[in-house]
Ligand binder design. Structure first.
Ligand code: PGA
Length: 247
């Protein structure tokens, strides 16, 4: 039985002071045993948010890692550093990183492998552009992204897949629940091909792209959608309402 997982992706928002103030006001309302809740915060907020969440079931995640443990990689943070700091999750392959920072499928695969090696759960993002959807190649594209991200990743490892159509991110344009369900079902099919149906059945698949408290219920009710990766709405009280829809 898959647990619902709701993750907030704060992107490059909130300094440590703002982060702890916000988390202190919402943490009691979003703490849950029934649902996995994760806050993926900017690197500079990780420690203060982690400390603020002591005594709750809410987990903290980073938004990126590098795929080496240490060394001359100016500006980067490793999975090992996260693990040593009791950070539990990391977003890998977000479309903003793929597009703005030229992250390739190969780099994403290396990051996934490293995160898992250090016991960090990667939230692996996939999703098509508007043009790909208009050209009806979205399924083929997403199948390829999943296969490439999971090269040499065992089916017994813990990871999450987030389906985020690029045209729905930060645009206010959500995929309809049935569009999102269709792709998430396809993703589960690919996972069943790579591993086996029993393993695929256990993997959490999120939808992301303009999730808010108004559309969350319908999206999360879909059989292959196990929660959401929430950007803009995770920065406000709407995040509390989204979680109430999920539990
Ligand atoms: P959004 O972002 O909810 O603001 O569309 C989602 C994401 O990029 O993870």
């Amino acid at each position: 039985m898959r647990k619902t997982i709701i993750a907030g992706n704060w992107k490059m928002n909130k300094n440590p002071d703002e982060a702890t103030k916000f988390v202190s006001t919402i943490k009691n309302d979003i703490d849950s045993n029934d649902c996995d809740i994760v806050l993926c915060v900017p690197a500079i907020d990780l420690i203060s948010v982690r400390d603020c969440l002591i005594g709750t079931n809410i987990k903290v995640g980073a938004q990126n890692i590098y795929f080496e443990d240490s060394g001359a990689y100016t500006g980067e943070i490793s999975a090992k550093m996260l693990a040593d700091s009791q950070i539990n999750y990391v977003i890998v392959g977000h479309s903003e990183r793929r597009q703005l920072f030229n992250e390739s499928d190969e780099m994403i695969n290396k990051k996934v492998i490293k995160a898992i090696a250090h016991g960090i759960v990667p939230i692996i993002c996939v999703g098509e552009t508007l043009r790909q959807r208009e050209n009806h190649v979205e399924i083929e594209f997403i199948r390829m992204q999943i296969k490439n991200a999971l090269i040499n990743v065992s089916g017994t490892s813990k990871f999450v897949i987030a389906y985020e159509p690029i045209w729905a991110i930060g645009t206010g344009k959500t995929a309809t629940a049935s569009q999102a369900q269709d792709i998430c079902a396809e993703i589960r099919k690919v996972l069943a091909e790579i591993y086996d149906p029993n393993i695929a059945d256990e993997i959490q698949i999120q939808y992301g792209g303009s999730v808010n408290s108004k559309n969350a219920k319908e999206l999360f009710a879909m059989p292959d959608i196990d929660g959401g990766l929430v950007g803009g709405s995770s920065l406000t009280d709407d995040f509390v309402s989204i979680i109430k829809e999920a539990i």
